[in-house]
Ligand binder design. Sequence first.
Ligand code: CO
Length: 228
Amino acid sequence: MSDIIKKDLHHSEIYLNLLEGNKQFVKDTLEIDSEYFTNLAKGQEPPILWIGCADSRVPANQITNTKPGEIFVHRNIANVVVHSDMNMLSVLDYAINILHVKHVIVTGHYGCGGILAAMSNRQFGLIDNWLSHIKDVYRLHAKELDQIADEVERSNRLVEYNVIEGVYNLCKTSIVQNAWLNGQLLGVHGWVYSLNTGKITDLKVSTYNSANMEDIFKFDSTDLKLSI
Ligand code: CO
């Protein structure tokens, strides 16, 4: 067999393995609970919205020991939360106003490639524009971050600040604030996952109202009768 054919077989094997894996998943799951899929298909009522990194090593369900149906998930490179991201806003709006989630959790992870790239001066292409949001976070904390000589330690701190900024940016949205104004019990939290230990650290920035928010970001109750 030529090397090219071997390479080709391996290439399709990676893809076909997933379909085989799915067959096994269905078989194993039905052995435990024959009604599993019929029950899950009835609808979802997840109490959690997870905003995490797209990194393949940080899957929301596995690392929290939860099952399909328990966490509504949005992931992007470096779990960036910015006000103008229609994708994130749509997920947030649906999660809060339709699914009525009780908690939104931004989960970053140490050793995040997006954070490391944002800390460098290298160009990576289109993604540089996305990572600029992380550079903005760096700028906000540059005084502290510049003083951390160890690069790993410095990137770890930036990972944490990026999560904290994400939590804050979520709280600034009209979606979260209207939930609070309407008396919905909603917590916004910041976590960091360690690839080295598998453990999650709660950054203790949980927010349940807009009390500590800077005034400029606070919204009054909805009044759509704008005088233009
Ligand atoms: Co990452």
